[in-house]
Design a binder for this molecule. Structure first.
Ligand SMILES: Cc1ncc(COP(=O)(O)O)c(C=O)c1O
Length: 338
């Protein structure tokens, strides 16, 4: 099987497995796990923030960020196709008691003027705007890179109104690698950032939230409340250190594979690549094949390729560490023959 469903399907490398086996551990709720402390320091320094917190998943990281920034009854402004709005089971309403207000985006970018108009005033009838969230790279926009300029403009609007900003950076390293710039160019336009170690970077588990020491201290309390305070967890933080030190630069290979795949698919009659393929995601409209996305995915699966549906006629292919150039060539041959 050539598994192009997601960059979450990668298996830990041998170096990661060795690091897990040999990890020095302690009780992390007492902040006594040296491996977790090392991972948190490393993440904070890479992201240009004072402190970072190891959490179990991207969803948990985003939830903790919202809980930390907002009070119940606040309104959160976020892009209409963002993961926090679309794919987290309504968790921010369920747990933080906030309501969402979505802003339409173009390739994941919100218009700063439109965003500013959505910020609430002091009217007693209105909820307070408690947080603005961005997502980079943007999953539903096909791994699109939200530009530093757009992030800066959004951040400036937020600061003008004294509203905190959270960045869902589950795949942020992809943006920095593709743009050949420091990841800090993106993170300086957010008060908190969440990054995933298990998307594209190959670690089996884990995310981090980074921000000021004050915010991360409060976030640590929310993590505990949610039952996310773990004990000898260096065993799972150890592969995260390898993810951050050894697996970032190679993301360019995934981007190259995605471009090759998109070019090949673009030449197939009945298939249309509908995103710009900035990073490792290719979105394909299959309606020209007179099939729904799920029918097309079933056909792919019968022929040794896995992909996911991204709407009634759109199929998502994602490249990652466990897909080789040969497999990309093979996948294209198969897609051509269908
Ligand atoms: C942009 C984005 N944010 C957050 C998440 C959630 O991460 P997790 O699956 O680790 O909860 C995902 C998962 O795919 C994602 O794509």
């Amino acid at each position: 099987m050539i598994d192009l469903r997601s960059d979450t399907v990668t298996k830990p490398t041998q170096a990661m497995r060795d690091a897990m086996y040999h990890a020095e551990v302690g009780d992390d709720v007492y902040k006594e796990d040296p491996t977790v402390c090392r991972l948190e320091e490393l993440a904070a320094s890479k992201l240009g923030k004072e402190d970072a917190l190891f959490v179990t998943s991207g969803t948990q990281g985003n939830q903790i960020a919202v809980l930390t920034h907002c009070r119940s009854g606040n309104e959160v402004l976020l892009e209409q196709d963002s993961h926090i709005f679309y794919y987290e089971g309504g968790a921010i309403s369920a747990f933080a008691g906030v309501q969402t207000r979505t802003i339409s985006g173009v390739r994941g970018e919100m218009n700063p003027d439109e965003l500013e108009l959505a910020i609430r005033g002091n009217d007693i009838h209105e909820p307070e705007t408690g947080l603005i969230c961005m997502e980079n790279t943007h999953n539903r926009a096909g791994g699109a890179i939200v530009s530093v300029e757009n992030m800066k403009a959004v951040y400036n609007v937020a600061k003008k109104h004294a509203i905190p900003v959270h960045l869902d950076g589950a795949r942020l390293f992809n943006a920095a690698v593709a743009k050949q710039c420091s990841i800090k160019e993106f993170t300086q336009n957010a008060d908190t950032v969440q990054i995933c170690l298990s998307k594209g970077l190959g670690a089996p588990i884990g995310s981090l939230i980074a921000g000021s020491s004050e915010i991360i201290t409060r976030a640590r309390k929310w993590r505990k409340r949610l039952g996310g305070g773990l004990r000898q967890v260096g065993t799972i933080a150890a592969p995260g250190i390898i993810a951050l030190t050894e697996m970032v630069d190679r993301l360019s290979e995934d981007h190259h594979h995605a471009k090759v795949l998109a070019e090949g698919i673009g030449a197939v009659v009945g298939l249309e690549v509908i995103n710009n393929v900035d990073t490792n995601i290719v979105l394909v409209d299959v309606s020209g094949k007179r099939m729904s996305s799920t029918e097309y995915i079933d056909k792919l699966s019968e022929n040794g390729i896995k992909a996911v549906s991204f709407g009634p006629s759109v199929v998502r292919f994602t490249t990652h560490y466990d897909v080789t150039s040969q497999q990309i060539t093979q996948a294209l041959k198969t897609i051509n023959s269908l």
